[in-house]
Design a protein around this ligand. Sequence first.
Ligand SMILES: *[C@@H]1O[C@H](CO)[C@@H](O)[C@H](O)[C@H]1NC(C)=O
Length: 367
Amino acid sequence: MKLILILFSFLFLLKASQEFDFHEKELETEESLSKLYERWRNHHSVSRASHEAIKRFNVFRHNVLHVHKTNKKNKPYKLKINRFADITHHEFRNSYAGSNIKHHRMLRGPKRGSGGFMYENVTGVPISVDWREKGAVTDVKNQQDCGSCWAFSTVAAVEGINKIRTNKLVSLSEQELVDCDNEENQGCAGGLMEPAFDFIKNNGGIKTEETYPYNPYDIGFCRAKNIEGETVTIDGHEHVPENDEEALLKAVAHQPVSVAIDAGSSDFQLYSEGVFTGECGTQLSHGVAIVGYGETENGIKYWIVRNSWGAEWGEGGYVRIERGISENEGRCGIAMEASYPIKFSSSSSAGTTTHESVAPDDVKDEL
Ligand SMILES: *[C@@H]1O[C@H](CO)[C@@H](O)[C@H](O)[C@H]1NC(C)=O
């Protein structure tokens, strides 16, 4: 009995970790497509009301054929039938890429960080950087059906600089930003990273994920005052000069950086792996964080981008986005709205001691 249980849980784990895949044959008839849809719904535990089922199936059919067609082309990236496969591009954009970054930027006016760009005189950076390997990135999180990506983007950058300055990786609270940072930002209705950095600075820090956990369905009431425990502080933030991927490279070589992208394309929705070179505009909609960069064997340069749609999406929750394209805005507008927190102190409470920024090891000239 015990053995059976162990076997059973092993099989269950195996199933859970398996990617959903399909065979070309399953696309041939309406009936086989319909069975495929059922199999997909089981795999992702998606239940749909019967009056919705036909519509959802229609969207699924469209998406699965798009995935199949795209993957047959020789592109540097692949798509998959992930859990967003039965929602339209429009629904997807509203629910998961709904930070309305561009809208919030227009309302806020010009960028106003501390003014300077502390990495402007950096002359050499490593050929590749991955802050995950340096232990400066927490596990991928999931914003769920809430336009709070601005909070996840902000927090990822603060977690990164906090680890770099204090040598401690502490998962921090997106929920505190969603609930309490509401002068300009709007919780699940979207926001911008820049005012969130201001909030953390002026608020005297941000709580930890553990003490103030994420719950996208319970918002609008700030509970920070009643929560005891550690807070992580920052000393301000700066902007990376706009539309300048070289400047962005200098910053990312020193710390994870918050950026905004246009994540509204269906290829982005269904992205599976590889370097994303696909369609996407510059209507900034989604906040994410760059946690590194590199180059493939075929010479395609990329940014390593941490998303907040769970570990199932993309490459374990990450996407590699093409870097160094001729348009200055960068692929998906990635160089348009980049900013990062400043943290001088090497203690976790507010302090004023200034430290030299940690130089990345094995510095090689890439600029
Ligand atoms: C970069 O170098 C210039 C010229 O030496 C200097 O004026 C500027 O303050 C430096 N910038 C930073 C951020 O150190």
